[in-house]
Design a protein around this ligand. Sequence first.
Ligand code: NAD
Length: 258
Amino acid sequence: MIRRAALVTGSTSGIGLGIAKALAGAGYDIMLNGFGSATQVSAAVSDLAAAGVRVEYNDADMSKPSEIRALVQATKDAFGRLDVLVNNAGIQHVARTEAFPEDKWDAILAINLSAVFHATKAALPHMQKEGWGRVINVASVHGRVASEGKCAYVAAKHGVIGLTKAVALENANAGITANAICPGWVETPLALQQVAARAAASGLSEAEEAELLVGEKQPMKRFTSPSSIGALAVFLCSDAADTITGSEQVIDGGWLAQ
Ligand code: NAD
């Protein structure tokens, strides 16, 4: 049986690590990417390798197109194939539009949107050659609706959903699917740093602020776990999902049902 290979960007932490763990558990060789200390990276590599798959790490900066292209090539070189691309790396900054720092706008657009284009462009020829591929873009409910203070993030995530659909159409009969995952609140450092900032401003405890933050948007007042997002990604790679393409897989505690 073919052992397939997956590249998961931004997989040293949070959702990316959850997806990488789930794909390793499902038998995929994994290219990890993202920032982190040597200890954090080697712990992630050995944790995933315990599933009996090959695991490599590459520290490409997803704001730099040349490093993204090199990351895709490094994955092909390491495993001899690249079947699954998970575009997950992302950052956040919260400020009203009139006060939004221009360098934060540029960084969010580069990492959360343009990197998805650069990685997909570089990966597609490998998938097209094999006649099989999965592109999974970690978007957000903010690819469908907005929240105040998140102009760059909302713009980038709406862009990711549009890009996902374009890639899906172009590859509809090439054995390649492209889908977006749209989480609501997921318990990761990216979300918890927003909880900490609010707790510092309000004087409430982080637990109290977490419940308030999630409850402001979600009828279901709890975080989704990174492992649930991982299970969804594994499903999108399965044969059962081979006609799911161009879709937005919402996993949001009811956020968008309102
Ligand atoms: P996180 O901060 O825990 O992880 C982000 C990952 O991206 C880390 O591995 C980090 O090192 C990496 N990264 C950041 N900048 C990078 C760069 N320039 N180059 C390479 N790697 C870089 O965040 P998370 O919550 O796990 O977010 C992952 C994705 O999920 C993001 O695209 C985010 O927008 C999306 N998302 C998160 C939530 C949530 O509630 N946490 C909700 C919806 C969508």
